[in-house]
Unconditional design. Sequence first.
Length: 264
Amino acid sequence: MTSPRCLSIATSDSGGGAGIQADLKGFAAAGCHGMTAIVGVTAQNTTAILATYELPVWIITAQLEAVYDDIGVDAAKTGALLSAEIIVAVADFLRTHPTPLVVDPVLRASTGRALLDPAAVDVLIGSLLPLATVVTPNLAEARVLAGGDGDRHALAERIVARGARAVVITGGDGVGSDLLFDGTEHVEIPITWVEGTATHGTGCTHSATLAAELGQGTPLADAARRAAAVTAAAIGNGLVEIGDGAGPVAVAQPSGASQRVRTR
């Protein structure tokens, strides 16, 4: 018996609040074995990203091959992919290794630093969205992926029309729900509004939890509800004492929670 196997394809956050580090915390809290294919490194803390370094494509592909060849992957998620070249390499690999996939289209860090060249957005839309089980943009990212303004329903429909099977536009900015559109039905996912300043890693925690739930066979709508609840709790438990900026969210496995297992 072994834990469900979840893979994060994303960038390292040296401050431990977002990126690969947040994804691994989210996977562990959901009862999954977390794995990584690191695409880049940031020199980052709670106030700023000081530097970003992209890893060569060959080592990114080697990490993917190592994980898939030996361990296997029940679900994967992408985070900040940094460049068109990296997006193409990841998409090329995943195209031949079909996997339940959550695409978190990280375009900009919470501190304001761009994490994807605007010219690479079209590459992400054309090569990665068609492989996605679900895409998880916030409202600003949804406008970019949809190619313009509109209400959330219209944005979601345009993103699915661009190739994704489903989209969850995450709440925030006073919106009281996430919106799931699966290509047929719009479903409002209620969220608990939590006042808190420790919000670093919110999107990563949401998408990692969603991937972990899909890896355990949870239906998409239920997985989205679980991801929303876990993310709200993580903000409520956020580590406000860490750093001078927005501290990291804190996700933890509920006391007494049973871990679901799969048979190899």
